[in-house]
Structures are given as structure tokens and as C-alpha cells.
Design a protein. Structure first.
Length: 281
């Protein structure tokens, strides 16, 4: 598919041999680490090839899943290797849920808290999804907080239209002087089209990207996934690192709001809106 081809190209352009590392996460009603942090492009591409874009109206039983609400499943449950053992650490299983849904928040939480938290350097997560969550165990606030505490930027790439569901999967990469990852949502879960209480995926992704200092993008006929990946690649390679010393003690451990501005007109600042004391500034 187009997203998968673009993802292969992104990995090829961004990962520098022996310098950068990446990981790949898939999620729908469960979160699965398809490939842990590695500098091997071959392993990452092999994991990426395991994911299929679910088709609208599919049975949701692909990859051995028996969950009718998995929205195609994107081969959920069909991969070997390590998965998520739970919030306490990675294990041989998956971070699963009963019933259907899309565990976007869980995926961001686990990518930030378990994969990237202890890594040094700058870090980024790229979310390839429709932005709708209806199956996570953690809240949106908890997921964003995990990203903020691990100093991880979240770039959201929204894929959604009236005809088909978005591809499920995600990848990450510490390296290039930073760490990165992208994740994507699988099926839409139990919400039917036109349901009034369906979450607003666009607003959710905009909030995630804004509060973590990343960026928000929408795939369209005029702006393809390839175009968006190229822009993200450029941003990851061209960033300024600012720092300051606070006169407040780190012991309070609270979230400190900051605002970065520039004097030159026409420039837009894209930065985190704060940080947790003791995790850096």
C-alpha cells in the first residue's frame, strides 16, 4: 500500500547505519511491539511487511484474530516475536484488551514509557492513524504525560476518509541525534459510522502533537504520506535545542509551562509547551 511504501522510504532516508535505531509498534484492540529498538533496517522492514492495511467491511479475523470489532485487525495476533508484557515491562506477550477497539493511547504510552523513557538524546514518535481511540486502558492525559516525561515529540499523521480504514502500525527510532517512532491505529472498533459519541480523531491528534511539541498532518490527494514523511524528516534533521536554568527547585516535580517566541515576523515556533521538573528543560 501507499503508506507502507512511504514508510519503507522514510526508514531508508532517516536511519543512518550504525547511528540510528528504530522500533515498530502495531495496535488495534491490542498493542504489539513488532520490532524492538534496532539499527537493522532489514529487521524493521521485515516487521513493516507484516502489516496490512485493513479493508472497509472486512471480517476482522485476519491474522488469527477472532474479535469481530478489530476492524480488520491488520494481522493482529498473527506475529511471532516479542510483544508487550504489560505496563510493567516488555515480555513475550501482547498488551491486550477484551473486546474491540483501537488502543491509540496505550500505544503512545508504552512507546514513551517503556521504549524511549530510558534512552538518551532527542526522541520522536510518528503516529500513523485516524486518531480515534476506544479501547485503551490509559487515558489521553496519561499518554500525553508519558510522552512529556520521556521528552518525546509526537508527530501525528492522520489517515481517514469515508471509504476505508487506516493502516495499523507504528515505528520508532532513537538516533539521528534524537529518538523516533511511529505508530498507527488499526480498525475503528465498536463505533459505527455516524455515531454521535464517536471520538474526534482530528482534535485528539492535534492535542497530542501540540502538547508534546510535535506536528500534525493530514493525508490528502494534495499531500501524500510521502510528502508528509519528507517534511517530518526535514524537521527532525533541522532542530534547535534551547535550555535554561530555572530558579525553582526540581524537587516539586510538577509540570512547568514555557513559551518560546521569536521576534522575526512570519516564523512559527513548534516546541513543547513545558516540561516536568527533573527531566530536563
Amino acid at each position: 500500500g501507499t503508506e507502507k511504501d512511504a514508510s519503507h522510504t522514510f526508514l531508508e532516508h532517516v536511519l543512518r547505519p550504525e547511528k540510528d535505531r528504530a522500533f515498530l509498534i502495531h495496535f488495534d484492540h491490542e498493542v504489539e511491539l513488532l520490532q524492538d529498538l534496532t539499527s537493522s533496517r532489514q529487521r524493521l522492514e521485515s516487521a513493516l511487511d507484516q502489516m496490512n492495511r485493513p479493508q472497509f467491511g472486512s471480517s476482522g479475523n485476519s491474522g488469527g484474530s477472532n474479535d469481530p470489532n478489530s476492524g480488520g485487525g491488520a494481522n493482529n495476533g498473527g506475529y511471532g516475536g516479542g510483544g508487550w508484557g504489560g505496563r510493567g515491562g516488555r515480555g513475550g506477550g501482547r498488551y491486550g484488551h477484551g473486546g474491540g477497539g483501537t488502543a491509540l493511547y496505550d500505544a503512545l504510552y508504552l512507546a514513551s514509557d517503556e521504549v524511549l523513557k530510558k534512552e538518551n538524546g532527542r526522541k520522536a514518535v510518528i503516529l500513523l492513524t485516524d486518531g480515534e481511540d476506544n479501547g485503551s486502558k490509559v487515558s489521553l492525559g496519561e499518554a500525553v504525560t508519558a510522552a512529556q516525561r520521556s521528552d518525546t515529540l509526537a508527530y501525528a499523521v492522520r489517515i481517514a476518509d469515508d471509504e476505508q480504514r487506516p493502516m495499523g502500525g507504528g515505528f520508532g527510532a532513537p538516533g539521528m541525534g534524537r529518538h523516533g517512532g511511529y505508530g498507527g491505529g488499526g480498525g475503528r472498533g465498536p463505533y459505527s459510522r455516524g455515531t454521535q459519541n464517536r471520538p474526534d480523531g482530528k482534535k485528539i491528534l492535534q492535542q497530542i502533537s501540540k502538547e508534546t511539541g510535535g506536528g500534525y498532518f493530514e493525508v490528502s490527494k494534495k499531500k501524500t504520506v510521502d510528502d508528509i514523511y519528507s517534511q517530518i524528516e526535514d524537521e527532525l534533521r533541522n532542530q534547535y535545542s534551547l535550555g535554561y536554568t530555572s530558579d525553582r527547585p526540581d524537587a516539586d516535580g510538577g509540570y512547568r509551562k514555557i513559551q518560546v517566541t521569536v521576534k522575526q515576523k512570519g516564523l512559527i515556533v513548534q516546541a513543547q509547551d513545558g516540561y516536568y521538573a527533573g527531566t530536563g528543560a
